[in-house]
Design a protein around this ligand. Structure first.
Ligand SMILES: *[C@@H]1O[C@H](CO)[C@@H](O)[C@H](O)[C@H]1NC(C)=O
Ligand SMILES: *[C@@H]1O[C@H](CO)[C@@H](O)[C@H](O)[C@H]1NC(C)=O
Ligand SMILES: *[C@@H]1O[C@H](CO)[C@@H](O)[C@H](O)[C@H]1NC(C)=O
Ligand SMILES: *[C@@H]1O[C@H](CO)[C@@H](O)[C@H](O)[C@H]1NC(C)=O
Ligand SMILES: *[C@@H]1O[C@H](CO)[C@@H](O)[C@H](O)[C@H]1NC(C)=O
Ligand SMILES: *[C@@H]1O[C@H](CO)[C@@H](O)[C@H](O)[C@H]1NC(C)=O
Ligand SMILES: *[C@@H]1O[C@H](CO)[C@@H](O)[C@H](O)[C@H]1NC(C)=O
Ligand SMILES: *[C@@H]1O[C@H](CO)[C@@H](O)[C@H](O)[C@H]1NC(C)=O
Length: 348
């Protein structure tokens, strides 16, 4: 008895059940079934495969390197020069994925090391007697070191030792705008790689490269793949007036988007767009200022002197993003299988 019981218990291992199908001539149920089938087929083909490209793998691990080069010369009226080239107006000098182009400036000529009055706009530098001006103390947010003398004739500010006279404080002047900057060109070279799909390319066409680069200029409709841009066009595309932006400066984002379908077109192409950054936040002019720098020289008397520049300009930030797709058998099988599963569920 005992061994028979054991045998019965083990028998379930060798059991197999099948589903029993019931055929029916009911037109309503038949129609409903076909509609469900068609819906699922439509979903699979239309949505999963055509719309969402479910037969491809996506790769958004974009690695990118950007090199920029600005070109053009401009007439300027400064104490030390009347012509500016890229070496004068591009900051920093080696172009990367960000650069600034000077379009306006305020010049303080002929500064010399010595004693003079501090700019009265510098806060916390007022005094009524010499004791309030500690010798050797630096003026906070100021231009020099206190000499210990209170200059009552200058509305009571401490005298300083520094580059004198101090920087001229005023709003940027439309008369000093570097007008030719509108015609400066910016060459952007962008190498990208999708690491998962092991696909690399660049935004410069492979064929007739040097000839193409000599003659082309980016234009949304005529020449959308040319990597050379006119500064005036970039500003215009952001919906801003060049004169306005050149006067006080501003930031622009250059967006390079790569959407690559590697099945259709092995040469995937970039799409460029331009946005003004931070335009909805009102910023004081002092913050719009790009940078300050000085040029040093020795005058005829042998004294060290310098010309001090406060520069306004257009700051460009180049941002690269994108995605590549390519056929792959695994997502294809997974998507078909899930649709078949759905269909099987419907027949239940
Ligand atoms: C340059 O500027 C100075 C004053 O800042 C002016 O006197 C001079 O006429 C200007 N020169 C030119 C060529 O515009
Ligand atoms: C500046 O003032 C200090 C302190 O009064 C004095 O020692 C120094 O000689 C002055 N320098 C010049 C260039 O006048
Ligand atoms: C200016 O000095 C006053 C009093 O010494 C101090 O309360 C204030 O915080 C200072 N302001 C700045 C901007 O340093
Ligand atoms: C002193 O202050 C008066 C009025 O606040 C101003 O008109 C004048 O220009 C100031 N002088 C200096 C040297 O800053
Ligand atoms: C920019 O170049 C065009 C054509 O070369 C010229 O007509 C225009 O005057 C230039 N603009 C400036 C501000 O120099
Ligand atoms: C990536 O592609 C290059 C040529 O296109 C090939 O030489 C290299 O072996 C590939 N690397 C991987 C990891 O597949
Ligand atoms: C490259 O230049 C040659 C000669 O200038 C021309 O025949 C050829 O069509 C050009 N190729 C492309 C892709 O423009
Ligand atoms: C941009 O340029 C077009 C054509 O030159 C001009 O019609 C438009 O007013 C410009 N936009 C701005 C904001 O200056």
């Amino acid at each position: 008895m005992a061994w028979q019981n054991k045998q019965n218990r083990l028998l379930f291992l060798f059991e197999y059940t099948t589903v029993k199908y019931v055929g029916t001539q009911n037109k309503k149920i038949g129609l409903l079934y076909r509609i469900f089938q068609l819906t699922i087929m439509g979903y699979l083909i239309g949505w999963v495969f055509l719309k969402n490209k479910g037969y491809q793998v996506k790769d958004d691990t974009l690695e990118s390197s950007v090199v920029t080069k600005a070109k053009g010369v401009a007439r300027v009226n400064t104490t030390d020069s009347n012509l500016w080239g890229p070496e004068d107006y591009v900051f920093p000098n080696q172009g990367e994925n960000f650069l600034s182009i000077a379009t306006n400036f305020i010049e303080t000529p002929n500064q010399k090391l010595g004693n003079c009055s501090e700019n009265p706009e510098v806060p916390n530098n007022t005094c009524s007697k010499d004791e309030e001006c500690t010798v050797g103390e630096a003026v906070r947010a100021g231009n020099g070191i206190k000499t210990g003398i209170c200059l009552e004739t200058h509305n009571g500010t401490c005298e300083i030792y520094g580059w004198c006279p101090t920087e001229i404080h005023r709003d940027p002047d439309p008369a000093t705008i570097v007008r030719e900057a509108e015609n400066f060109t910016l060459y952007i070279r962008n190498f990208i790689r999708f690491s998962q799909l092991n696909f690399s390319t660049s935004n410069v066409p492979k064929e007739n490269r040097s000839l193409y680069l000599k003659n082309c200029l980016y234009d949304e409709t005529v020449c959308p793949y040319c990597p050379i841009f006119r500064l005036g066009d970039i500003v215009n595309k952001t919906g801003n007036k060049f004169e306005e932006m050149a006067l006080k400066g501003g930031s622009i984002g250059v967006l390079i988007e790569w959407l690559c379908d590697l099945d259709v077109d092995s040469e995937c192409r970039p799409h460029y767009s331009f946005v003004r950054l931070g335009s909805d936040v009102p910023v004081p002019i002092a913050i719009n200022c790009l940078l300050r720098f000085a040029r040093y020289f020795t005058d005829v008397a042998g004294d060290r002197r310098r010309i001090f520049y406060k520069v306004f300009g257009i700051h460009l930030e180049i941002m690269v993003f994108g995605m590549a797709r390519k056929f792959c058998i695994i997502p294809t099988i997974v998507n078909i299988a899930s649709a078949l599963t759905l269909m099987a569920a419907v027949s239940m």
